[in-house]
Design a protein around this ligand. Structure first.
Ligand code: SF4
Ligand code: MG
Length: 326
């Protein structure tokens, strides 16, 4: 999956107003087969907006989305969206809301199997049982007959994962899949996701406000602030040598293993509106100077696969926007 320059804004102040609020601005990243990329950010940073765009529940103002090299938005305009939905599946935050209380677990899994032509007739029940086994819900025959209210939160989330797997996707977008689960249940669901990427070569975009889970699970991390990626790189690089003041703040805010982004930040609290120009983090940044309030920082590459958007980097590294010597 290749996301390039994805943007989204919404009108504010009614029909006659021309002002818009930016939810996402120019987000770019790629997700390979068998890779987990964590998208980390506070609530309001644009995580769910991005998830909705990737799930094709909403349309971006600009940018492109490619899957296996194919331009998805162009394909969609030609009416081929079902192909994309069969390859990119969602797992949402609230497993109770995403399952229908009047249907059994088996029904929830049969529907996508039939709809996407993955199984029918006599193959259906064995396929449902195999899916339940693959997410650790055994004995499968017993779980298949149950209703959502007869399952724990962790079991419901496993059903949601099984439903996503039913269509044999290439990519799973998991939007805060464990934030409503307790810590011990959470670990099991994270391990399940980890195993799926390895065994089936599925790429997972793991959207979370919890840096501890991201550290545990992800190969790479993207840090989102006010709709833009401020730092991205391999998990070990970003978390052991964070470069962006916002990433550093997140890491210093809370003791190891805690739910980082739920804790208050140790700077002037309320974020306030994002400034129209300059660095979006400037109102909260302890290092902000006049340039930060005025000019959008360029992308800098302090190391291979490590991207940082901060003016402080221009004195340390080579800017992406600088002329490349031949
Ligand atoms: Fe802070 Fe300036 Fe860097 Fe933004 S560009 S993070 S305000 S130092
Ligand atoms: Mg959200």
């Amino acid at each position: 999956l290749e996301v390039s320059g994805l943007s989204r804004s919404v009108p504010v102040g009614g029909f006659l107003s021309r002002s818009r609020r930016t939810l996402l601005k120019g987000v770019s990243f790629s997700l390979e087969r068998g890779e987990i990329v964590a998208l980390v950010g506070e609530s309001g940073s644009g995580k769910s907006t991005l998830a909705r765009l990737l799930a094709r529940l909403d349309t971006p103002d600009g940018g492109s989305l490619r899957l296996g090299g194919v331009d998805v938005l162009a394909e969609e305009r030609r009416g081929a969206s079902l192909a994309y939905r069969g390859r990119v599946q969602m797992v949402f935050q609230d497993p109770f809301a995403s399952l229908n209380p009047v249907h059994t677990v088996a029904h929830h899994l049969e529907r996508p199997l039939l709809r996407h032509g993955r199984a029918s007739g006599a193959e259906l029940t064995p396929r449902v049982h195999a899916l339940l086994e693959s997410v650790g819900l055994t004995p499968a025959a017993s779980f298949a007959q149950r209703y959502p209210h007869e399952l724990s939160g962790g079991q419901r989330q496993r059903v949601a994962v099984a439903r996503a797997l039913a269509v044999e996707p290439d990519v799973i977008i998991a939007d805060e899949p464990t934030s409503m689960l307790d810590v011990s249940t959470r670990r099991g669901v994270l391990q399940l996701l980890r195993g799926l990427t390895r065994e089936r070569g599925i790429g997972i975009l793991f959207i979370t406000h919890d840096l501890a889970s991201a550290r545990h699970l992800a190969d790479r991390i993207l840090v989102l602030y006010a709709g833009g990626v401020v730092e991205a790189g391999r998990t070990a690089d970003v978390l052991s040598a964070p470069r962006h003041p916002y990433t550093r703040l997140l890491l210093s805010a809370v003791p190891d293993g805690a739910d980082f982004l739920r804790a208050p930040l140790p700077v002037k609290a309320a974020a306030g509106p994002v400034p129209p120009r300059g660095c979006a983090f400037a109102p909260r940044c302890p290092h902000a100077d006049a340039r930060c309030h005025d000019t959008l920082p360029a992308e800098h590459h302090p190391a291979a696969d490590h991207v940082v958007r901060c003016h402080l980097e221009s004195s340390k590294g080579v800017s992406n926007d600088a002329a490349v010597p031949s």
